[in-house]
Design a protein around this ligand. Structure first.
Ligand code: 13P
Length: 248
């Protein structure tokens, strides 16, 4: 059985002091031994948040990282820096970075490889736009994102990573994908993993749904056979996140 993983993506919200306050507010609400709980926070919040969640069940993630090791890359943060700061997970290829920072599947593949090389678990995002859904190319598009994103990743490594399916039209809009739509794509991702690797790897890999997940729709989404968790934006910034973590 795959352990559920509920991750908050704080995006560009919370100053360091606000971040510490949010950790204190959520501390008792997010306790659940059956679920992995992760806060993916802005880079500047990582050090204080790692400190703030010490001794709790919460693990810390980054929202992005460089695919370079080190050197003259002003403003970027390396996998080694994240690792040293106590980070366990890193979101890679979020649709907002694909859109605003022009990240390609090839860039994302390099980040996935670099994260793994440094002992970080990538949460690799994929997702279609509304136009692509209307054109009927959702599954083709997602398979391409997954296949390119995982180039050079071994079966053993793939089994440990997390894939987040986030339909772009459902992010921050309050329009959640229907349970059927979310399950259809998450199932297709698992079949794609079986295709690239084998069924054993496909059974092990964890696949999250993200896009307007909240305290009222989480239970139904998380009850689906191929949805192993959530990547939560807006609802991760308030007490509701505790209800998502304790969705049962
Ligand atoms: P919302 O939950 O705010 O729709 O954001 C989802 C998301 O982008 C998480 O990465």
């Amino acid at each position: 059985m795959r352990k559920k993983i509920i991750a908050g993506n704080w995006k560009m919200n919370k100053t360091p002091s606000e971040a510490v306050a949010l950790c204190a507010e959520l501390k008792d609400l997010v306790v659940n031994d059956e679920v992995d709980v992760v806060y993916c926070v802005p880079a500047i919040d990582i050090v204080p948040v790692v400190e703030a969640v010490k001794g709790t069940n919460v693990m810390v993630g980054a929202e992005d990282m460089s695919f370079e090791d080190k050197g003259a890359f002003t403003g970027q943060i390396s996998a080694a820096m994240l690792k040293d700061a106590g980070v366990k997970f890193v979101i890679v290829g979020h649709s907002e970075r694909r859109e605003y920072n022009h990240e390609t599947n090839e860039d994302i593949n390099k980040k996935v490889l670099k994260a793994i090389e440094n002992g970080l678990t990538p949460i690799m995002c994929c997702g279609e736009s509304l136009t692509q859904r209307e054109q009927g190319i959702t599954l083709d598009w997602i398979r391409q994102q997954v296949k390119v994103g995982l180039q050079g990743v071994s079966a053993a490594e793939a089994a440990e990573i997390v894939i987040a399916y986030e339909p772009i039209w459902a992010i921050g809009t309050g329009v959640t994908a229907t349970t059927e739509q979310a399950e259809e794509v998450c199932k297709a991702i698992r079949e794609c993993i079986a295709d690239i690797y084998d069924t054993d790897t496909a059974e092990k890999i964890r696949i999250q749904y993200g896009g307007s997940m909240n305290a009222s729709n989480a239970a139904e989404l998380l009850a689906q056979a191929d949805i192993d968790g959530g990547l939560v934006g807006g609802a991760a910034l308030k007490a509701d996140f505790g209800k998502i973590v304790n969705y049962k």
